[in-house]
Ligand binder design. Structure first.
Ligand SMILES: C[S@@+](CC[C@H](N)C(=O)[O-])C[C@H]1O[C@@H](n2cnc3c(N)ncnc32)[C@H](O)[C@@H]1O
Length: 301
């Protein structure tokens, strides 16, 4: 065991081994441009574990007992940048067009359940933004399309008989814990306008706590998007700014899985810098006022 602050020499071949292991574990691909980042995080973990050779660490990572360390290394490699109301044009499309279409379609079938999934939710700003937009859109829809169901008192965020479930998942336990706490400092609230702050947050000092009624709509869980067993029967999936860290083969596999995880005619939202072009022809692009989403194409025989 050694705890020196000296950099441990890692050869290109060793780095390649690690790159392959990470890719197999979670789909993240570290090409030459990101090799430096991988090297840096590796050094940190070697020091934290008190190990002085690459191979001693690699043996830990590939052993059964080393699973928690592999999870920690992956956590150290994820980029968790996020914000409330990220990519407004896309959220406008979600709020005004897609939710409206979805609610009409569901109501026609007397299907009152709505399932959303934020895949790669980081510290929670994305699923809570979705929750605010869904609650708002549903309230407005309900005003125009009231249903003969008794309204409980106090009036719930989601009017009966509608049921909303938002699953928010990530591979990083640490961001999931922050997301679950749902407490955000002032400087992260800038994109949240005052009407939303008043309705969905309680202010405590210089922090904002997401209100319980909104929190209740979101359920957090660990899911590794590399695996085959992913949450099914979603009406809408948000997977924004996650696929950019995967290579093309992994992106294709993931998009194919998302197709199967969506209900017929369900929607997929990906990041501003991402596209399904060349990855799949099983989705139709919906583009309104600079906002883009993809709708599952149904094949009728
Ligand atoms: C840049 S953040 C994007 C957060 C949010 N979707 C947004 O657009 O603001 C990417 C998130 O994807 C997660 N992630 C990366 N690889 C993943 C995987 N294989 N399975 C699940 N989540 C993953 C990371 O932990 C990180 O929190």
């Amino acid at each position: 065991m050694a705890t020196s602050s000296v950099q441990i020499q890692v050869t290109e071949a060793e780095l390649k081994l690690l790159q392959t292991l990470i890719y197999q574990e979670c789909g993240m691909y570290f090409d030459e441009r990101r090799a430096h980042f991988l090297q840096d995080r590796l050094q940190r973990r070697l020091k934290a574990c008190g190990l002085d050779t690459f191979y001693s660490y690699y043996r830990v990572l590939t052993s059964h007992q080393g699973r928690p360390e592999l999870a920690l290394l992956v956590e150290n490699l994820t980029v968790n940048e996020t914000s409330f109301f990220r990519n407004k044009p896309q959220l406008d499309l979600f709020h005004r067009t897609i939710l409206e279409e979805l609610l009409h379609r569901k109501q026609d079938r007397r299907d009152w359940s709505l399932r959303f999934w934020s895949a790669g939710c980081s510290t929670g700003q994305e699923p809570y933004t979705m929750a605010m937009l869904i609650a708002d859109a549903l309230a407005y829809y309900y005003l125009r399309n009231p249903l003969p169901f008794e309204m409980p008192s106090p009036k719930p965020l989601i009017p009966p008989p509608w049921k909303v479930e938002i699953l928010a998942s990530d591979i990083n336990y640490s961001v999931l814990r922050t997301a679950q706490e749902a407490v955000y400092p002032d400087d992260q609230m800038e994109p949240v306008d005052y009407a939303y702050r008043l309705r969905y947050f309680d202010k405590a000092g210089d922090r904002y706590n997401v209100k319980q009624s909104l929190k209740q709509l979101v359920h957090f869980d660990f899911h590794n998007l590399k695996t085959e067993f992913l949450p099914q029967r979603n009406d809408v999936i948000f997977c924004r700014n996650v696929m950019i860290y995967f290579d093309e083969a992994e992106q294709k596999r993931l998009v194919e899985k998302f197709y199967r995880c969506l209900n017929p005619e369900g929607y997929l939202f990906i990041g501003h810098a991402e596209s399904l072009f060349g990855l799949s022809d099983r989705f139709r692009m919906v583009h309104v006022n600079n906002g883009t989403a993809y709708q599952r194409i149904e094949v009728h025989s």
